[in-house]
Design a protein. Structure first.
Length: 190
């Protein structure tokens, strides 16, 4: 698995330092009010679990899943599955947490969907941000790191379902995603 990584962008220590910083910003915003962290599965599960343990104020946790179906490293049609009940959304202050903001389509769709279901406030927090790839105008309220236009894996981020368990973020060797076997109709598993 590690042989498929061209270089490490963020190691464990850098990741946790970055999350500490964002956790302090989030804590300052929500101190004294109830809120719910909504982790976007599957990619944000590692980030969300480190983030919430650094937020020392009351919060609830909920999950939504977003999967993008397309070819290789390009995102395609988006499928959303809501696990929170209306009761967990209506009138609540939500912090949507995702692994990476790329084209922006996933977060823009989710934020709109939660607002349409009656959330009182929707804020967004992403582990990584690739501003150079945006297809819709969208910015996260909180982000840990900005990255260049590279396909990255690890710390929750996958390529064709794998590499999520790497404890660091690395750039995948281009040979890996240009292999013919990985080409058509794969689930990117947002
Ligand atoms: P969007 O294009 O902003 O909607 O991002 C959708 C999803 O694409 C993210 O949540 C990730 O699951 C996936 N994605 C985008 N860029 C990368 C990457 O560099 N590595 C792994 N997954 C990515
Ligand atoms: Mg994702």
């Amino acid at each position: 698995m590690n042989d498929d990584i061209e270089r490490i962008l963020f190691n464990e220590e850098q990741i946790l330092d970055g999350i500490d910083r964002v956790a302090r910003e989030v804590t300052a915003h929500y101190r004294g009010s109830k809120f719910t962290v909504v982790s976007v599965l599957k990619g944000s599960c590692v980030f969300a679990s480190d983030l919430i343990r650094r937020i020392p104020i009351p919060l609830e946790l909920a999950f939504v899943s977003a999967s993008s179906y397309g070819d290789g490293t390009e995102s395609g049609r988006l499928e959303l599955n809501f696990f929170p009940t209306d009761h967990e959304i209506r009138g609540r202050r939500l912090l949507l947490v995702d692994d990476i903001l790329d084209t922006g389509k996933t977060m823009a769709s989710l934020a709109e969907a939660f607002r349409a279901r009656g959330a009182e406030e929707v804020r967004t927090c992403v582990f990584l941000d690739k501003p150079g790839r945006r297809a819709v105008a969208f910015d996260a309220d909180y982000r840990v790191f900005q990255v260049e236009n590279l396909f990255v894996v690890g710390y929750g981020l996958d390529y064709a379902g794998e590499y999520r368990n790497l404890p660091f973020v690395g750039a995948l060797r281009p040979e890996v995603y240009s292999r013919p076997a990985a080409a058509s109709g794969e689930t990117l598993g947002a």
